[in-house]
Write a protein of this length. Structure first.
Lengths: 633, 361
C-alpha cells in the first residue's frame, strides 16, 4: 500500500465509522419515538384489532303443537358478516366487495352507512345461511376482505313447510325501514318475528343475546375467550293447534282457495287454522329470489300471503241467517212456529228477491226454514226489522268486534248499519230498505272473517259464551318437558235466551239430518258416526280479491261455498267454519271439509293419529335431532 | 484445524454469534403461528453452512481470492443474464434459479463479486494515479449488473449495489460542490420523475409511504401493522412468543422483510438497542478491518462491505418503522433466506481473512 495515502485513508475511514454510528443513532431515535413516545397510542391500536366484543345471538324458543310435536325448530346456520367495528369506509372497497358478493353497490353502501350509525349490536349480514358451496365462496372472498367474518347463529326451521305458514309466520332481520317506522323498539340487525305467531308472540319467543370478549387473529378467527355472558334461549311454547287436525284441514282444502278454522269450545283455543293457498315460511329465511317474490309476495291473483282465516272478508251467505233469526226472535217479530209461505220469490220495495228453490218451499216454520235455507223466509224477517236491529244483535253477540286472536293484523267483521253506511258511502249515505233484505240472507254489505264466523257458531254451541280464540297454549317447562298452561283468555257470557237457543240448535241439527247438507251422502255417512250441527252457505262473489281477474278465469264469479257449525250435536266440543272460494254450493264444497274435520277429531284421531309434521329440508349443520317430544300429558 | 479457528477474529465472531442468536430467536417466534413453524431450523442450517464457508475463506489469503475476481465477475454477469431466461417467475419478477428444489438468487452473491472486482481494479492503482476514465469504468462495472437486475425487475436489489461506489470518495475524498451537485440532481430528478415519469400507481406508493394510514386495507396495511407491532412493544416488549401482532398474524411477511418488527414487539426498545448496538459494533469492526488492511483492494472491499451492510440496516430497519418506503431489502441475520445468508457470510469470511492477515504479519 502506498504509505503516503495511508493517513488520508485512515482519516476517511474514521469519517465512515462516524457515519455508521450516526446511522445507528438515527435508527435508535426512530424506535424511541415509536416505542417510548407513541407507545400508548400503538398499544391501544394493537388491542383494538385483537380484542373484540361480539354479540352471541340467542336462539328463539321452539314452537310445539298442543301434543308436543315440533312445528318450529332451531338449527345452526353460518352467515357471512361484517362486525360493526370492521365496517369498510372506502367507497372503492365497498364497490369491489359488492361486485365480489354480487350485490348492488349503492344498496350495500346505504346498508353499511346505516349500520355504522346504529351503535353496538348485531353484525351486518352479507350472505345468510351458507351451504357448503357458500362457505367455500365466503372463504375465498374473506381472503381478499379480511374484515369479513363467518358467524354461527341459530336459524329457524318450519317443519311442516306449508302446513301452518299463516299461523306460524316467519322471522326476519330488523332492517333500516323498520327502524324508521318503529324507532326505539328494536335494534338494527336483530331477528324478530315478521308474520304470524312469530310476530305476535315475538316477546314470548325471543331470547336475550349474550356477549363475549374474545381474542381474534388477523382472519377474525377466535383464538381465546376472555369471558362471556351466555345468550339466554327464548322459552319454548305450545300452541293450541293440533298438527294432525291441521294436516286434515290442509289435505281437505287441497288446491282450493279458502280457509278452515276449528275452535276448542272449552277455552277458545284454535285447533286448526289453515288458509289456502298457504306458503312455506322456510323460504322467507333467505333473501327471496325473484321467482319466490312472484309466487308469493307479488301474486295478486291468489294472494297467498293473506291469512284468509283472519284477514279474508267473505259474504257469509246463509250462515248469517242464524243471526237474523236470533234478532227476529229477540224482538218478538215472529214466533218460531209461525209459518211463512215461500213461492220461490217475493217482491220487496218493487223488486223481486229470489229464493234458491225457484219452485218455492211452501209453508215453513223457522226450524224448517233454517234446515232448507229458505231465502224468502229470511227476506220476510229482514223486511220486518231495521238494519240497526240486526246490527244491535250482532254487536250483542260479539260479531262486530275483532275476535282478539293472538295473530297480527286481524280484520274486523263488517256488519252494516246506518252509521256505517254514512261513513262508508258519504256520497249516498241513506240506507235503503232493499239493502236490509239482502243482509237478511248474508249478502250485500255483510262481510265476515272465517274466524269471526267460527266464533259466532261457537257462541251458539256453548249457549251464549263468547270465546276469545287464541293460539298460545302455554310455555314449556324445559326440565320436565311439560306444559305450564297459560291462563285462558276471558270468555264473556251473553244473555242468550235458552228458548231461542233451542230453536237455533234444532235448526242446525236439521240442516245436517234432513236439510241442505243431508243431500250429500258423504255428510250423512259421517253424521251417522258423529252427529253434528251446521249451516251451509253459498255466497255470491264479492270477495276481497280483484274481480277483474275472475273475469278472465274459467272459474270466474262462481259462488263461495261456506259451512259453519259445531260437533258433536249433543254437548259440542268443537266449532268450525269453512270457506271455499268460487267452489259452488256450501253443501257440496264446504260441508265435506267440515265433515272430514269432524271425522278426524272424533274418530280417527283417537284410533289412528297422523304422524307429526316433518320438514323435507336437510340441514348439513344440524345437530343430531332428538326424537319428537311426547304429549305433555 | 485449531489453526483455522485461530484465523477467526474473536471480536467480530462474538458480535456475529450474538446477532445469529437474536435472529434465530426471532424466527422461532415469527414462524410459530404460520405453516413454516420450523423455519428457524432451516435458517440455522443456512447459518451453519455460512459459518463453514466463512471459516474456509478466513483462512485463505485474500490475494488469492482477488485473483479470481475478474472470472467471478464474468460468471456473475452470465448468471444474471441467464436468470432472465431460465429463472423462475415468482410474484411477477424473475429473480430465482431453482436447483434441487432450492431457490437461489444470483443477484445476492453478485453484489459481493462486483465489490470484489471493483476493489481489485481500483486497488491496483495509487489513489493519485487513478484517472477519471478509470473511475468512470468502475462506475460502469457497478451499473451494468444493476441494469440487468432491474430487468427482473428488482429495484431494491439494484439499489443495494450503490454502496460499492463509496470506494470512490474513499479514494478521492468528497468535495462540497460535488455534494451540492448530487443533491441538486436528486432533487430535480425527483421532481421531474413525479411530474413526468411516474405512473399513478407508483405515485400512490409514494403517497402511502408518506402516510401509511391512508390505505389501511391495501399497500399501507403491512407497514401500518408493523408500526403498531413496534410501537405497542414499548420499553421492555411483550415477551418472547407473546407479541399479539406477531402471534395473531396481524404482522405480514414476518419471517423475512418484517422480522425485525417481531423482535421489536416482543423485546421492546431495550431489545432494539441491543440489536442496533450489535450492528453498530459489526460495522465498526468491519471498518477496523479496512484500516488494518495490507492492500488498497482489501481496504476498499471492507469499506464497501460496511456500506452494503449499512444500507441493508438502514433500509430494512427504517422501512419496518415506516420511516422509509416499503422496498424489500433483507436484514442480515434476521430475515430468513438462503442466498442472502450465504452471501453475507462469504463477505464476512473475506473480511475475517483481511483481519487475520493483518494480525499475522
Amino acid at each position: 500500500m502506498d504509505p503516503r495515502h495511508r493517513p488520508i485513508l485512515r482519516r476517511r475511514l474514521g469519517v465512515f465509522r462516524g457515519l455508521a454510528w450516526c446511522l445507528v443513532a438515527l435508527l435508535v431515535l426512530i424506535y424511541a419515538w415509536l416505542q417510548l413516545v407513541r407507545h400508548s397510542e400503538f398499544k391501544q391500536l394493537a388491542m383494538q384489532q385483537a380484542v373484540k366484543v361480539r354479540p352471541i345471538p340467542a336462539p328463539r324458543g321452539l314452537v310445539l303443537d298442543r301434543n308436543g310435536h315440533r312445528l318450529v325448530d332451531n338449527r345452526r346456520a353460518l352467515h357471512l358478516v361484517v362486525q360493526r367495528e370492521d365496517l369498510p369506509t372506502k367507497p372503492e372497497v365497498i364497490t369491489s366487495l359488492a361486485s365480489a358478493l354480487e350485490l348492488d353497490p349503492a344498496a350495500l353502501a346505504r346498508k353499511i352507512q346505516s349500520y355504522r350509525f346504529a351503535g353496538k349490536g348485531r353484525p351486518l349480514v352479507l350472505k345468510e345461511n351458507l351451504d357448503e358451496a357458500g362457505i367455500a365462496i365466503a372463504e375465498r372472498i374473506r381472503a381478499r376482505y379480511p374484515f369479513l367474518s363467518v358467524e354461527v347463529a341459530p336459524r329457524r326451521v318450519y317443519l311442516g313447510d306449508e302446513l301452518a305458514g299463516h299461523v306460524l309466520g316467519y322471522v326476519g332481520e330488523v332492517d333500516e325501514e323498520l327502524m324508521k317506522v318503529k324507532p326505539g323498539i328494536f335494534r338494527l340487525g336483530e331477528t324478530i318475528g315478521k308474520e304470524g305467531f312469530e310476530a305476535s308472540g315475538n316477546d314470548k319467543l325471543k331470547g336475550v343475546d349474550g356477549q363475549k370478549r374474545i381474542l381474534v387473529d388477523q382472519l377474525g378467527t377466535e383464538v381465546a375467550n376472555f369471558g362471556q355472558n351466555d345468550a339466554v334461549t327464548g322459552r319454548s311454547l305450545f300452541l293450541t293447534l293440533d298438527a294432525g287436525l291441521q294436516k286434515v284441514a290442509q289435505d281437505a282444502m287441497g288446491e282450493e282457495s279458502g280457509a278452515v278454522v276449528v275452535l276448542d269450545l272449552r277455552d277458545g283455543g284454535v285447533l286448526a287454522m289453515y288458509s289456502s293457498p298457504s306458503y312455506d315460511p322456510n323460504l322467507f329465511l333467505n333473501r327471496l329470489s325473484q321467482d319466490m317474490v312472484d309466487r308469493y309476495l307479488a301474486n295478486s291473483v291468489t294472494r297467498p300471503m293473506v291469512n284468509r282465516a283472519t284477514q279474508g272478508i267473505y259474504a257469509p251467505g246463509s250462515t248469517f241467517k242464524l243471526l237474523v233469526a236470533l234478532a227476529a226472535l229477540e224482538r218478538g217479530i215472529i214466533s218460531p212456529q209461525t209459518p211463512i209461505y215461500c213461492a220461490g220469490k217475493k217482491n220487496f220495495y218493487g223488486r223481486d228477491f229470489r229464493c234458491d228453490k225457484p219452485t218455492g218451499h211452501g209453508s215453513l216454520s223457522m226450524i224448517q226454514a233454517i234446515a232448507q235455507s229458505c231465502d224468502v223466509y229470511f227476506y220476510e224477517l229482514a223486511s220486518r226489522m231495521d238494519i240497526d236491529d240486526i246490527y244491535a244483535t250482532a254487536e250483542k253477540y260479539g260479531l262486530t268486534e275483532r275476535t282478539g286472536i293472538d295473530l297480527p293484523q286481524e280484520k274486523r267483521t263488517r256488519i252494516p248499519s246506518r252509521a256505517w253506511k254514512r261513513k262508508a258511502a258519504p256520497k249516498d249515505p241513506k240506507w235503503y230498505g232493499g239493502e236490509t233484505i239482502s243482509v237478511g240472507i248474508g249478502q250485500g254489505a255483510v262481510g265476515v272473517t272465517p274466524l269471526g264466523l267460527a266464533r259466532f257458531y261457537a257462541l251458539l254451541a256453548t249457549k251464549g259464551k263468547l270465546l276469545t280464540p287464541h293460539l298460545f297454549y302455554g310455555f314449556r317447562d324445559d326440565q320436565k318437558n311439560s306444559l305450564e298452561a297459560a291462563p285462558v283468555p276471558p270468555m264473556k257470557d251473553t244473555p242468550l235466551d235458552p228458548r231461542h237457543w233451542a230453536i237455533l240448535d234444532e235448526g242446525l241439527r236439521e240442516v245436517v239430518q234432513n236439510g241442505t247438507a243431508a243431500a250429500n251422502p258423504f255428510i250423512r255417512e259421517i253424521a251417522k258416526g258423529t252427529p253434528f250441527s251446521g249451516k251451509t252457505g253459498t255466497a255470491q262473489v264479492a270477495t276481497f280479491v280483484d274481480k277483474a281477474h275472475y273475469a278472465r278465469q274459467a272459474k270466474k264469479l262462481k259462488d263461495h261455498a261456506l259451512f259453519a257449525g259445531y260437533a258433536p250435536q249433543e254437548h259440542p266440543q268443537i266449532a268450525f267454519a269453512v270457506v271455499v272460494e268460487n267452489a259452488g254450493f256450501g253443501s257440496t264444497a264446504a260441508a265435506p271439509i267440515a265433515a272430514k274435520v269432524v271425522k278426524y277429531w272424533f274418530a280417527d284421531r283417537l284410533s289412528n293419529p297422523l304422524p307429526p309434521p316433518r320438514g323435507k329440508m336437510v340441514d348439513p349443520f344440524a345437530p343430531q335431532q332428538s326424537a319428537p317430544q311426547e304429549a305433555p300429558e | 484445524m485449531r489453526e483455522r479457528f485461530r484465523a477467526l477474529d474473536p471480536r467480530l465472531l462474538w458480535v456475529l454469534l450474538a446477532l445469529i442468536a437474536l435472529g434465530t430467536l426471532t424466527l422461532f417466534s415469527a414462524g410459530r403461528q404460520t405453516p413454516q413453524a420450523t423455519i428457524w431450523l432451516r435458517q440455522s442450517v443456512w447459518n451453519l453452512l455460512g459459518l463453514t464457508f466463512m471459516l474456509l475463506l478466513a483462512t485463505t489469503d485474500p490475494r488469492r481470492i482477488f485473483r479470481y475476481s475478474f472470472a467471478s465477475y464474468l460468471i456473475g454477469l452470465a448468471a444474471l443474464a441467464a436468470v432472465l431466461v431460465v429463472g423462475k417467475k415468482i410474484g411477477g419478477s424473475t429473480r430465482w434459479f431453482v436447483i434441487a428444489g432450492q431457490t437461489f438468487q444470483p443477484s445476492e452473491l453478485m453484489k459481493w463479486v462486483t465489490l470484489l472486482y471493483v476493489s481489485q481494479r481500483l486497488g491496483s492503482r495509487n489513489a493519485e494515479q487513478v484517472s477519471r476514465l478509470e473511475l468512470s469504468g468502475a462506475v460502469g462495472l457497478v451499473v451494468f449488473p444493476m441494469l440487468l437486475i432491474q430487468r427482473q425487475p428488482d429495484l431494491g436489489m439494484a439499489l443495494s449495489y450503490l454502496p460499492i461506489l463509496l470506494i470512490i470518495p474513499l479514494m478521492k475524498g468528497l468535495r462540497a460542490r460535488w455534494v451540492v451537485a448530487l443533491l441538486l440532481l436528486v432533487g430535480l430528478g425527483g421532481f421531474g420523475a413525479w411530474k413526468f415519469v411516474l405512473k399513478p400507481y407508483q405515485k400512490q406508493r409514494v403517497m402511502i409511504f408518506l402516510d401509511p394510514s391512508s390505505d389501511l386495507q391495501g399497500k399501507g396495511y403491512q407497514v401500518n401493522q408493523s408500526r403498531i407491532a413496534i410501537g405497542s412493544g414499548g420499553l421492555i416488549g411483550k415477551g418472547f412468543t407473546s407479541g399479539s401482532q406477531t402471534q395473531l398474524n396481524f404482522l405480514p411477511v414476518k419471517t423475512t422483510d418484517f422480522a425485525f418488527s417481531v423482535w421489536a414487539e416482543e423485546r421492546g426498545f431495550l431489545g432494539v438497542l441491543l440489536a442496533l448496538g450489535l450492528f453498530g459494533l459489526l460495522l465498526s469492526r468491519i471498518l477496523d478491518a479496512a484500516r488494518a488492511a495490507h492492500t488498497n483492494a482489501e481496504a476498499y472491499f471492507c469499506a464497501g462491505a460496511a456500506g452494503i451492510f449499512s444500507l441493508h440496516l438502514l433500509v430494512n430497519v427504517g422501512m419496518v418503522a415506516g420511516a422509509l418506503p416499503n422496498k424489500g431489502m433483507v436484514l442480515p441475520f434476521f430475515s430468513a433466506g438462503g442466498s442472502s445468508t450465504l452471501s453475507f457470510f462469504l463477505a464476512l469470511g473475506i473480511i475475517m481473512g483481511v483481519l487475520h492477515r493483518s494480525r499475522v504479519k
